[in-house]
Structure formats: C-alpha cells, structure tokens
Design a protein around this ligand. Structure first.
Ligand SMILES: Nc1ncnc2c1ncn2[C@@H]1O[C@H](COP(=O)(O)OP(=O)(O)OP(=O)(O)O)[C@@H](O)[C@H]1O
Ligand SMILES: [Mg+2]
Length: 627
C-alpha cells in the first residue's frame, strides 16, 4: 500500500505549500539544520499556480468507466510508445541471430572482416535497443503520472458530488482504498504494465517466427516440449493468483477501514478501556491481510521455479535433438547456438508476462471497483434544467413532506410547516423526532420521498444546489472543524474574506477573548476535528463561520447546546443583529434557547404536532409529548 504524496491541509492550496510545510516542520521534531535545508529547498520550488479544475454538481460523465475510454485521449502517445516497443524488441532479438551469423559465416570459415562487420552490427542493435527503451520508459512514465493525476481528481470530484447517504452507507476506510491502493494498482498497470505486455508478447512472437524460419523441425520439437507444460502450469497459476489477489485487495480495504475507525474513535476507545481489545481486533484484521499475502506469494513461489524447470528441460531436449541434427549435418553450429539463446530469451517474457498478469489482475479488479464507484449517481442530483435560486426573502414552506432514510421507516410523515420571511422559529421535540432531518431536507442533503419544500414559492428541487446552499447557513449538530488556523476555519464558507471580517464574526459570537488568549491569535492552529478546543469553543467557531457568510436563512441545529447561559445569550443577541430581516430556524432542546423565538414548532415522531407563539403552553405540550 502506498499512499502517494502527502496531502496538505485542506486550506493549503498549492501556493501555500511552503508556509504549511514550514508550519508543519516543528511538529515532526526535525533537527534544526534539517529544517533549514528543507526550507531552503522549498524556497527554490517554483510557485505552483492554482490548477484549473472544472467542477460541476451535475456535469459528470455518465458513461461507464473503461480502460479504453480512459486512454482514448492519449491514443497517439500510446501508439508512439508501441512503435518504440517494436523497434526495441526487434533490435534486442537481433542478438542471437547475429551470433549465429558470426559463428557460421565468420568464426568457422575464419573470415575476420565479416567478424568485425557482425560485431559492429551487434553494437548498433544494442544502441538502438537502449535508445528506444529509454525513450519509451520515460514517455510511459510521464503518461502514467498524467493519467493518475486525472483519475485521482476524477474520483475525488465524484466524492464531492455525492449525496450524504453515500457517505453514511460506506466506510471511510473503504473509500480511502479506492483512492490509494486501487488507484496505485491502476498506476502500476499504466506506468509499465500495458506497454511491457506489448514488449513481451512481441518478443514471444518474434522468437517463434525466427525459430520457425531457422529450422521448422527443431522449432516444432522445442515448442512441443515447452508449450504444453507451460500452458498447464500457467492456467493453474492464473486461477490461483486471481483468487489470491482478490483476497489481498479485500483485506487491504478491511485494514484501512479498521484503522480509520480506530483513529477517529480513539477517545471513546480510551475512555471505555478498549485499547487492548482494539489491538487484538486490529491484529486479527492485519493477520488476515498477512495470510492473504502469504497465499498469493506462495502461489508465485511455486510458479517461478516450476517454469524454470520446464525451461531447463526444453534446453536439454534442444541440445539433444539439435546436437543430433548438427552431427547429421542438417543444422549448423551457429543455428544451434541461436536456438539455445532464443530459448533462454523465450522464458524471460513468459515469466514477465506472469508478473504482468498479476498487475493486470490487480489493475482489472481496481478498474471494476472504480467503475462501480464512478457509476454511482448522487441520489439527490441537481436537475438537468436547474435554475439558480434568485436572492431569497426567506419564506420557507414544508408542504406535506414525508421522508425515510432507508425506504422503510418514515422519519417525517406529512410534515407541514410554513416559516415567514424574517421570522425566528424554534423547532423543539424529543430525541429522534426528526428535527435534524427536516433541516437536512431544507439544505437538500436528502430529497423528500413525497411532498415539496419551497422557498419564496420556488420548489428547491428545481434550483441549483450551489445557489440554494449559498443562501442557507447551517450550523450542524456536530460541527466539523478542519486542520488549519482559526482564520481558515471561520472564513471557510466564504472565499476571499479579510481579517476584519473574520474578527468581526468572532467578536459577534464572543470568541475574541479566546482568540486573544491563543498564542498566535487568528493564526493559531485548530487541530483536525477541532480536537484542541472545547465543545463550546467548537460551536462558537462554527457559529462564527455561519455568521460570516451572512446567509439569507440560518439554520442552527442545537448549535448552542454546549454553551453556558452567558455565551448563549451573547450568541442570541448577535443573532438578532446578524439576522435582521432574515429567517432563522433554531432547533433546540433547551428551554432558554427556544424562548427567544417568534414562534415555536413542536415536532414529535416525524409530525408537526403544535405550533404557536405562546412559549409556556408550547413547552408544556412538548414536555408532555416527550414523556
Ligand atoms: N443517516 C440516517 N440513516 C438512517 N436513519 C437515520 C439517519 N439519520 C437519522 N436517522 C433516524 O431518523 C430519525 C430522526 O433523526 P433526527 O436526527 O432527525 O432526530 P432529531 O429530532 O434531530 O433528534 P435529536 O434531538 O437527537 O437531534 C431517528 O430515529 C434516527 O435514528
Ligand atoms: Mg438532531
């Protein structure tokens, strides 16, 4: 498993490589002289411009991903590479033929000038072979890298386009395997597999033809000894290694899945004293991976020496039958020599082809998986004729909306709710009632099974996802912070924000004190998932992020649940300012949170059971429902 070049932080665009590397160095505990050298090397790096990557929510190719379609744009280059392969192979296989000429026409008759001519020809053949293979390898290497780059971006864009159910339905580790070992397997195929395959097949063909031309009888005898045995052995190897490699690939996915889950859940694992159990479990998973690999390499270990034995048997038969022909005067010494040399050269490609078969096998398996992956359409796709949602007032209507995650259990049933522009509405209800689900439907993370959701009278399923989401600000129940600085995290939702915007947003939610306390202010690092901050601080950062974007509609899903009352009050005052004339949906468990809303909607068991302005009654109702 190789994982390719390390990815930078999500914020480090390619032009930020230097700063992020410099910022990352102290963490690695690198000796200072090494760090200096690394910095000086990075300083010498050219500034990479932002690559121009087209990305659209709806515009992905719907044709199945096949090798041929993928390689089509590069067919000229590939044809060139194959041309070089032909030159390379012919030049290499001229060797034994020249040896035969040298023996029969120069050495045995004693012709010195002929010997010189043959030697020079040999040298030329070697030079041509070297030149052609250097050019070919350099070219296919570059082409392979380009193809990998294209494929990685394509798979990543595909991930970015998927609906949320895609990610809940699959383990992160398995998705990671698609991006790592599967793409690596394809890379191996592209980089030398395909062209090497051509080299070896061509070599086999050339040798068979030359042998037949030299002496058909002897060629027949030799091939009769070698080919049937080789065919049987290879057929066995094919099926055994196919099984082996499939197992290896599946086990790699298991290892990655277990690894990513253990790392993400380390707090819970530690707190529940499951570390030892976790190690045992991982040892099992890794053990199965080892067993799969051992099986695959045992199969290879049987195949290699067996095929060599067949080769040696072929040599012996050739020596015996060919030697008798030389004695009988029907074959020259030079020809026998050429036969022996060609037979040796015959086995190298067969061995190589078997190796290639493995990489072909892995490439093919990877291709199948990637085809499946690239073929999954987002379940909540943008309509082909989607229009941009014009700037909205914020009148939101859920009209008879029903929804189920799995097609069986209805999470929302006939849910009706009308929210006026500029209104702050609180949605309350017991755990599992469907509050977060309603918010997800509004952001079109999922689509209702029936019924419609409209904003200002426009059905949200008819508008572009970008135009919809850019007008909605969502602070989810579990906010996510990225590895980067405070500034990066707060400014995440809006491109090109300046420090003043970030500071203002932080100020509004009461984060200023925290930022002043941090050693580097806005530049202080936030660790992945915000693990270096308290839960309340994480929520404040997520709120600042949403405030900064100044959305037309703000959805706060339990966004203040971890704050103390003073902080919550501060946030709510800020909300009043930020939301002037804008619509807010506040999902809450806590009394105090719902109290400030204009109206309160009570959701129970996927239905709107009560809506009103009178807080105390509403709360009593909700409280009763929750019991
Ligand atoms: N991705 C999912 N797949 C399947 N079922 C889900 C999924 N997410 C939520 N559910 C189910 O849908 C129901 C409603 O969940 P939802 O998150 O909307 O509840 P909620 O009202 O926000 O609860 P809470 O107050 O605990 O946040 C729950 O029964 C939950 O088990
Ligand atoms: Mg919820």
């Amino acid at each position: 498993m190789s994982f390719g070049p390390p990815a930078g932080s999500p914020f480090a665009g390619p032009s930020a490589t230097q700063t992020s590397a410099a910022a990352g160095l102290p963490f690695a505990g690198m000796p200072s002289e090494l760090a200096e050298r690394a910095t000086s090397i990075l300083d010498g790096e050219p500034d990479h411009p932002e690559p121009d990557i087209p990305f659209s929510q709806s515009d992905y190719d719907r044709e199945p991903f096949t090798l041929r379609r993928f390689l089509r744009p590069h067919r000229r280059g590939l044809a060139g590479a194959f041309g070089l392969v032909v030159v390379e192979t012919l030049a290499l296989q001229a060797g034994p033929l020249l040896t035969q000429i040298g023996l029969d026409r120069a050495i045995i008759p004693g012709d010195a000038s002929m010997l010189v001519a043959v030697a020079v020809a040999y040298l030329v053949a070697v030079a041509v072979n070297t030149g052609a293979s250097t050019a070919r390898i350099a070219y296919t290497g570059r082409l392979g890298e380009r193809l990998m780059y294209e494929l990685r971006i394509r798979v990543f864009s595909h991930f970015q386009r998927q609906s949320l159910d895609f990610f809940t339905g699959q383990k992160v580790g398995v998705l990671l395997t698609r991006m790592t070992s599967d793409i690596d397997a394809l890379a191996a195929l592209f980089q030398d597999g395909l062209v090497n395959l051509a080299v070896q097949v061509l070599t086999l063909l050339v040798i068979t033809v030359v042998l037949t031309l030299l002496n058909p009888t002897l060629a027949l005898i030799t091939l009769a000894v070698v080919v049937p045995a080789m065919t049987l052995l290879t057929a066995w190897f094919r099926s055994a290694s196919e099984l082996g490699y499939r197992r290896v690939r599946e086990r790699i996915a298991d290892v990655l899945a277990d690894l990513s889950e253990s790392l993400a859940g380390i707090r819970v694992i530690t707190a529940t004293n499951r570390r030892h159990h976790n190690v045992v479990h991982h040892a099992n998973v890794v053990g199965e991976h080892r067993d799969a690999n051992v099986y695959a390499s045992t199969v290879g270990a049987i195949y290699g020496p067996s095929s060599e034995t067949i080769g040696v048997a072929g040599q012996a038969a050739l020596l015996f039958f060919g030697g008798r022909m030389v004695l009988a005067g029907t074959l020259t010494v030079g020809e026998l020599f050429a036969f022996l040399l060609y037979l040796t050269a015959f086995f190298a490609p067969i061995q190589q082809l078997v190796q290639l078969y493995n990489s072909y096998q892995q490439g093919q398996a990877a291709l199948t998986k990637l085809r499946g992956l690239l073929g999954t359409e987002p379940t909540v796709a943008e309509a082909a004729d989607a229009i941009p949602l014009p700037p909205i007032e914020g009148r939101i209507v859920f009209d008879d909306v029903s929804f189920s995650y799995d097609g069986e259990v209805e999470v929302l049933s006939d849910f009706d709710l009308a929210i006026e522009p500029g209104e702050t509405i609180a949605i309350v209800g017991p755990t599992g009632a469907g509050k977060s689900t309603a918010a997800k439907l509004l952001s079109r993370f999922y689509a209702p099974t029936s019924g419609t959701i409209t904003i200002d009278g426009i059905d949200i399923s008819t508008v572009t996802l970008h135009s919809l989401r850019s007008q909605l600000g969502v602070v989810p129940q579990e906010p996510f912070l990225f590895n980067g600085t405070v500034r990066d995290n707060v400014g995440f939702a809006r491109a090109g924000v300046d420090d003043d915007d970030v500071r203002r947003a932080c100020d509004e939610v009461g984060l200023t004190e925290l930022i002043d306390r941090l050693p580097d202010g806005l530049d202080s690092p936030v660790h992945e998932r915000g693990s270096s901050l308290s839960s309340g601080e994480r929520q404040l950062l997520a709120l600042a992020r949403a405030f900064l974007a100044r959305p037309r509609v703000l959805i706060l899903d339990e966004a203040t649940s971890n704050l103390d009352l003073a902080s919550e009050t501060l946030v709510e005052r800020a909300l009043d300012r930020v939301l002037e004339g804008r619509t807010a949906i506040i999902i809450a468990h806590r009394l105090a949170t719902a109290m400030r809303a204009d109206r309160i909607a009570v959701v129970d068991d996927g239905r709107l059971t009560e809506i009103g302005t009178h807080y105390a009654d509403m709360y009593a109702m909700w409280d009763a429902a929750a019991r």
